[in-house]
Design a protein around this ligand. Structure first.
Ligand code: COA
Length: 273
């Protein structure tokens, strides 16, 4: 079943808010939603007015995971189509978001189940409503955190927490999600958007190439030996110098040395484009 407008995009003050938009289905990820999200992220990658991406859900849910009917049942007898959608579903959550050239923030406004954990983990930062309900519900329907979800859990959580929630399927709220490191912080729902937009606005004042380098250096270092990571960081610094025309040295450091600002306390003004 093909649907449209499963993803909404609103760009304001350099922040693109990307909303999963199937509220009557608690924003479960249907094949159409995966296709639209992949297309949306491709456009936002090159879109010039947005510097930060915020992913959230319409209505009372962030995302109820994979659409259990449209994905697992309706495509059961169509292996090539199942494979196509599965690849796209994995790609945007596990790779595109993770290595996106702009900072990405998950704003978890409500239900967050199963496959939605890979959105949360794929984003650089995540904030949730205290009222939000999280759960690895797969075990409850006689399955387990499949696809990219188990690897997302392994990337973020301590083994005891990952296995406890994967094996019991117990739900937990925003404060607990923050406590176990799944998200950065939880706020009352009424304050969530304001708090997230404040972080997004802060990121929008930083140099975009430096932000991208900060993400890459962290993400790729996780998978490298120490020697390879040091070598990568040195090469990345040269790449950054080339992309910025060396302005981190000439302006970033140069203006500090002339007493014009204090980088310990604020970003260099020229990056606030
Ligand atoms: N896949 C497909 N449809 C889903 C869905 C999912 N993951 N989650 C919710 N829906 C649909 C329901 O089938 C229902 O559709 P209908 O109105 O056509 O009958 C609609 O969304 C509302 O769901 P409902 O269960 O009535 O809402 P609720 O607010 O009482 O409960 C949830 C919300 C999210 C707790 C509940 O829908 C649920 O348990 N969903 C499954 C979550 C899950 O296991 N996700 C992991 C997938 S990997």
């Amino acid at each position: 079943m093909s649907e449209s407008n499963t993803i909404l995009v609103e760009i304001e003050n350099a922040v693109a808010t990307v909303t999963l938009n199937r509220p009557t289905k608690r924003n479960a990820m249907s094949p159409s939603l995966h296709l639209e999200m992949a297309e949306t992220l491709e456009k936002l990658r090159y879109e010039k007015t947005s510097r930060v991406i915020v992913v959230t859900g319409a209505g009372e849910s962030f995302c109820a995971g994979m659409d259990l009917k449209q994905f697992f049942v309706d495509l059961k007898d169509n292996p090539p189509e199942f494979d196509r959608i599965f690849r796209i579903a994995t790609e945007w959550r596990f790779r595109t978001l993770r290595y996106f050239p702009k900072p990405t923030i998950a704003m978890i406004n409500g239900y967050c189940f199963g496959g939605a954990f890979s959105i949360v983990e794929g984003c650089d930062l995540a904030f949730a409503a205290k009222e939000a309900t999280f759960g690895l519900s797969e075990i409850n329907f006689k399955h387990y955190p499949g696809g990219s979800v188990s690897k997302s859990l392994a990337n973020l959580l301590r083994p005891r927490d990952a296995l406890f929630y994967a094996m019991t399927g117990r739900t937990f709220k925003g404060d607990r999600a923050a406590e176990i490191g799944l998200i950065n912080a939880a706020y009352p729902l009424a304050e969530l958007k304001k708090e997230v937009m404040a972080v997004a606005a802060e990121l929008a004042t930083k140099d975009p190439d430096a932000l991208s380098a900060a993400k890459d250096a962290y993400r790729f270092s996780l998978e490298m030996s120490a020697e390879a990571a040091l070598n990568y960081a040195a090469a990345k610094s040269d790449q950054l110098s080339m992309r910025q025309n060396d302005s981190w040295r000439s302006e970033g450091i140069g203006d500090f040395l002339q007493g014009k600002y204090r980088p310990g306390l604020a970003a260099h003004k020229s990056t606030d484009k």
